[in-house]
Design a protein around this ligand. Structure first.
Ligand code: AMP
Ligand code: MG
Length: 404
C-alpha cells in the first residue's frame, strides 16, 4: 500500500505532456498554449488617439477657452502621412486614428463646442493627453503569453490581434474507458435481476471531457480472461486507459493480472485513502493505466484525486491540483487514523469565512452525497476526528459549482 501523497507523486512524476498540434484560434479556448508567444510588432503599432475629438498642439492651448481653425479630418483607419497640425490649427480625429505630425495632445469632443470649421476648447489641455503611445501595451519581441497558459478570450484577442490564426497547443489525450463485471448492462437496456446499468462509463466519460480529454468508450469486459484480454488490448491503444471495477481482491478481479500479462508495469496497487483504496496505477510503455474501484463513488473520487491531475499534466497545464482553502466545520467529522479520508461537503460563505457541512451520509455506497457535494475535504492520514469549529483543507469538486 502507498500513501495518498506517494500515489500522487508516482502519477505526476510519470506522466508527461503529450505532443503539440497547431489548431485554429477559433477552437483554442480552454486549450493550453505550448510555446511562448512573442509580439511580431509593437502594440499599438503607431501613436493613436484614445478619444473622438481634436488633435492639437499643446502650446496653442495655454489659455482657456481657446479657439483653433479645423484643417483636417482623421477617421479610424485613415493614414496620417500627409496631415500635419499647423500652428493655431486642429485636426478632427476619431478614436484609434493615427496621431498626425505636430500634434502632442488630443482634446475630447466633450471638452469642446464640437465645431466643424473652427473649434473652441473649453477645458485646460495637458501635453500628451489622450494619446495611446506606440508599443505602450506590448513592444515587438516581448512575450505576451507564456507556454502553459490556458487560453481564454483575452488570450484569443491578443493572438488574433497579432494575426496568429493557428496556435500551438498541447494535444488532448484520448482516454479509453473500460468497465468490467458480469453484472453490468449498457445504458438503454433494462437491467434484469442482479444486473446494474454501466453508469461508470458515462460518468467517467463526463469527467474525462470536463478534464479536457477525449473519451473512447471501450464497453464492458466480462469476468473472463478472454474478454479482459480483448478489451484491455483495445483500451491500451489510447493515450490513457481507465478501467473501473475488478481491481479488489475478489475472485473475479482480473484487471491487474491481465494488464501484467499484456506487459504493463504496475507502479502501485492500494492507496491509503477512503473511499478509493483498491486503486492501481500501471504503465504500458508510456501509456498510463488507471485501474479504479468499481463502486461509483470510489470511481469518481479516485478520478478526481488521481486521474484529473494526470490528464491536465498531459495537456501541459502547470497547476494541476485544485487550490486548497480553509473551511470551518459546522459539525463534527469522525475519522480513524491511518488513511486519508475524503469527505464530501457543502459550502457556505459568511463574511470572509467559508463554512462546511457534510453533503450527506459519507458511506461509500451513497451516491446522492456525491451529487450534493460542492467541495471535498482531504483529511490527512494521521488525523483523527475533527470537532465543529475546526478548520479543514478543502477544494471545490467540479468545474461548475453553484454556491447559494
Ligand atoms: P467491484 O469493484 O467489481 O467489486 O465493484 C464494486 C461495486 O461497484 C459493485 O457494487 C458493482 O456492482 C459496482 N460497479 C462496478 N462497475 C460498475 C459500473 N461500471 N457502473 C456502476 N456500478 C458499478
Ligand atoms: Mg466486479
Amino acid at each position: 500500500m502507498v500513501s495518498f501523497e506517494e500515489a500522487r507523486s508516482l502519477i505526476l512524476d510519470t506522466v508527461q505532456p503529450l505532443g503539440i498540434e497547431r489548431i485554429s484560434l477559433l477552437d483554442a479556448t480552454g486549450r493550453v498554449l505550448a510555446e511562448d508567444m512573442a509580439a511580431p510588432w509593437d502594440l499599438p503599432a503607431w501613436d493613436n488617439s484614445a478619444m473622438d475629438g481634436y488633435a492639437v498642439r499643446w502650446q496653442d492651448c495655454l489659455t482657456t477657452p481657446c479657439r483653433l481653425r479645423v484643417t483636417g479630418f482623421l477617421p479610424a483607419g485613415a493614414k496620417a502621412d500627409r496631415i500635419t497640425v499647423e500652428a493655431g490649427c486642429a485636426v478632427r480625429i476619431m478614436t484609434g486614428a493615427p496621431v498626425p505630425a505636430g500634434c502632442d495632445a488630443i482634446v475630447p469632443v466633450e471638452d469642446t463646442d464640437n465645431g466643424q470649421q473652427e473649434v473652441t476648447l473649453l477645458e485646460p489641455v495637458h501635453q500628451g493627453q489622450h494619446f495611446r503611445f506606440r508599443a505602450e501595451d506590448v513592444a515587438a519581441g516581448v512575450v505576451f503569453v507564456r507556454s502553459g497558459t490556458i487560453i481564454r478570450p483575452p488570450e484569443v484577442n491578443m493572438l488574433a490581434g497579432f494575426g496568429m490564426a493557428l496556435v500551438p497547443v498541447y494535444r488532448r489525450p484520448t482516454v479509453a474507458i473500460l468497465s468490467t463485471g458480469d453484472e453490468l448492462v449498457e445504458l438503454g437496456r433494462t437491467p434484469g435481476a442482479g444486473e446494474i446499468i454501466n453508469s461508470n462509463t458515462l460518468s467517467l466519460a463526463a469527467a474525462v471531457t470536463e478534464s479536457g480529454g477525449i473519451p473512447r468508450i471501450i464497453g464492458i469486459a466480462r469476468d473472463s480472461r478472454a474478454s479482459h484480454l480483448e478489451k484491455l488490448r483495445e483500451g491500451l491503444r489510447a493515450d490513457v486507459l481507465i478501467t473501473s471495477a475488478g481491481v479488489s481482491a475478489g475472485d473475479c478481479d482480473l484487471v491487474r493480472d491481465i494488464l501484467e500479462e499484456l506487459g504493463a508495469r504496475q507502479l502501485f496497487w492500494k492507496v491509503g485513502i477512503k473511499p478509493g483504496g483498491p486503486t492501481a496505477f500501471a504503465l504500458y510503455g508510456s501509456t498510463p493505466v488507471f485501474s479504479l474501484p468499481g463502486n461509483p463513488v470510489s470511481t469518481m473520487i479516485t478520478f478526481e484525486e488521481f486521474v484529473r491531475p494526470a490528464l491536465l499534466r498531459m495537456q501541459g497545464q502547470q497547476r494541476v491540483l485544485r487550490p486548497l482553502f480553509k473551511a470551518t466545520l459546522r459539525e463534527e467529522l469522525k475519522k480513524k487514523p491511518g488513511k486519508v479520508q475524503i469527505v464530501r461537503l457543502r459550502l457556505e460563505k459568511t463574511g470572509e469565512r467559508w463554512y462546511a457541512t457534510s453533503a450527506g451520509s459519507q458511506q461509500t455506497a451513497i451516491l446522492k452525497t456525491m451529487v450534493d457535494a460542492q467541495a471535498i475535504a482531504v483529511l490527512p492520514a494521521e488525523s483523527t476526528s475533527f470537532a465543529a469549529g475546526d478548520p479543514v483543507d478543502v477544494h471545490f469538486y467540479g468545474n461548475h459549482i453553484e454556491l447559494e
